[in-house]
Ligand binder design. Structure first.
Ligand code: NOJ
Length: 536
């Protein structure tokens, strides 16, 4: 759930907890098990709430702590669990810890919570060569209380997001209390933001980034500010806190690291339960690559005994209905790390056809699947947002070369023929403008149509629950052509995805349970189907 784009209940054009509460029945009916809600804390919103000014409260734009309690209670009543987002690598520059650090000056205990260092070259140059995920150096220079330029502070993301020093005992203890604050309120789990960033090599040595280096953490080996061993101490500490609650609490990390083996280290038995799998998300729409990623993910996780996760879209990525409609179907993370290459035009119809097939693949795989709000409506990336509405820090930090992530964050269309499509009150402008042609994409328009993408997701999620829940966790590939993916999940279900350019005869596979396209014995190109396995 990208909260500010889900549903607005108070007419300010920004999604909020009241809007989410009102729509919980929609989510329960859709068939999801749990909600991961993006940061809801008080925030200046320099990075969409990932710049937190107070970890134990709710931003007034989203509601109050009482609203969060009400949401939790109602979600639990409907059988939905709730995962909140914890941003612990960095705070907002407006967090009282950072405000105090700035005021206290060099060498003060307040500055020791963050990474304040003197610059090189007489103070004029950053202390080392580290780079920001949003482009440019990872250091900004401060004006000291005496009015003169002084030390530099580290921010692996935007300058408004100073990195905390996790070697500081007070930081560790304060976050222990923050975890308990939310667990005590009934939160079922935590999504750990930017987990690999949370430890840095002592002494902050240069990373060897050359001029113009991009934040390509999936390619880094031995980097001093990413995926550093001590991260795991923090994760173990948190796991112990979660486990101290009756029934335990769930942790899922965001960890964009170098391949499945490095990822598996985040989900060792005493660390996190699951981690997002970016190798799957960034795989091209190509049978060989997808199969290789699936096999490598499962193989790397087997020794640590952790379930896999699968995800195709998020509030950080180009929506896959658009990605898969491009000649280059990879996520195209580049041009300033989290910016997207919007140069290649997307074939909307092809992208949607593949997106529908992809969800049947994703939901048939063993492990847990994360869906991003709006993908169940087949929404595309909004690639033509006017430049003056762009809010993602990537846009400014890249010198207006990478538009950033706003195109996947456009408020959802619920009903009606024109903006705001029921997202907020009529006459109110949503915080990002919606395309005028979304009338056929609304929940109301799709709900009654059995052929809609919403109906496909709903049926798939309910089938997954009823059929797959009892299935053997393993998957077994079955013989198929090179550009076809076909596998069984025990005797519960067979999934066949046709990634070839030709229709595929599937008459031998048995009864069709669900198909992303016409399911009449032939799968057209870029479609998928689920079958009941004979005897299952
Ligand atoms: C990952 C979040 O998903 C993203 O939205 C955010 O910009 C960065 N972490 C920094 O917190």
């Amino acid at each position: 759930m990208y909260l500010r784009s889900f549903a607005d209940s108070d007419g300010d054009g920004i999604g909020d907890l009241g809007g989410l509460l009102d729509r919980l029945p929609y989510l329960a009916d859709l068939g999801v098990d749990a909600l991961w809600i993006t940061p809801w804390y008080p925030s200046p919103m320099a990075d969409g709430g990932y710049d937190v000014a107070d970890y134990c409260d709710i931003d007034p734009r989203f509601g109050t702590l009482a609203d969060a309690d009400a949401l939790l209670a109602e979600a639990h009543r409907l059988g939905l669990r709730v995962i909140t987002d914890l941003v612990a690598n960095h705070t907002s520059e407006q967090h009282p810890w950072f405000v105090a650090a700035l005021a206290a000056g060099p060498g003060s205990p307040e500055r020791a919570r963050y990474f304040f260092r003197d610059g090189r070259a007489g103070g004029e140059q950053p202390p080392n060569d580290w780079i920001s995920a949003f482009g440019g150096p990872a250091w900004s220079r401060v004006r000291e209380p005496d009015g003169f330029p002084g030390q530099w502070y580290l921010h692996l993301f935007a300058p408004q997001q100073p990195d905390l020093d996790w070697d500081h005992p007070g930081v560790r203890e304060d976050f222990d209390a923050i975890l308990r604050f939310w667990f005590d309120r009934g939160i079922d789990g935590i999504r750990v933001d930017a987990a690999p960033a949370m430890a840095k090599v002592t002494g902050l040595p240069d990373a060897g980034h050359g001029p113009g280096a991009l934040f390509e953490s999936r390619t880094w080996v031995g980097n001093p500010h990413w995926d550093v061993e001590e991260v795991h101490d923090i994760l173990r500490r948190w796991r112990r806190i979660g486990d101290s609650y009756e029934g335990g609490r769930l942790f899922v990390t965001e960890a964009v690291v170098n391949g499945p083996e490095r990822l598996s280290r985040y989900v060792r038995p005493d660390e996190m339960h699951t981690s997002f799998n970016f190798d799957y998300l960034t795989s091209p729409w190509d049978a060989r690559s997808l199969r290789a990623v699936i096999d490598a993910s499962l193989a790397a996780l087997a020794p640590v005994g952790a379930p896999a996760t699968w995800v195709l879209s998020s509030h950080d990525e180009t929506r896959h209905a658009t990605r898969f409609g491009r000649a280059d179907t990879t996520a195209a993370i580049g041009g300033g790390a989290m910016g997207f290459d919007t140069a290649a035009p997307a074939d909307r119809e092809l992208g949607l056809r593949r997106a529908r097939a992809a969800v049947l693949l994703t939901l048939a795989l063993p492990g847990s699947a994360y869906l991003y709000q709006g993908e169940e409506l087949g929404l595309p990336e909004v690639e033509d947002l006017p430049e003056d509405v762009l809010q993602d820090p990537t846009w400014e930090r890249s010198g207006h070369t990478a538009r950033g992530r706003d195109g996947c964050r456009v408020p959802l269309p619920w009903a009606g023929d024109s903006p705001p499509f029921g997202f907020t009150e009529d006459g109110v402008a949503p915080w990002l403008p919606q395309p005028a042609d979304w009338a056929t994409s609304t929940v109301a328009a799709q709900r009654a149509d059995p052929g809609s993408t919403l109906s496909l997701y709903r049926t798939a999620l309910h089938l997954r629950r009823s059929v797959l829940v009892s299935a053997d966790e393993s998957m077994v590939w079955i013989d198929a052509a090179d550009d076809v993916l076909a596998f069984d999940r025990g005797t519960a279900l067979r999934c066949v995805v046709n990634l070839s350019g030709e229709p595929l005869d599937v008459t031998g596979h048995g009864e069709v349970l669900l198909a992303s396209g016409p399911g009449d014995g032939r799968l057209p190109p870029d479609t998928a189907a689920w079958f009941r396995v004979d005897g299952g």
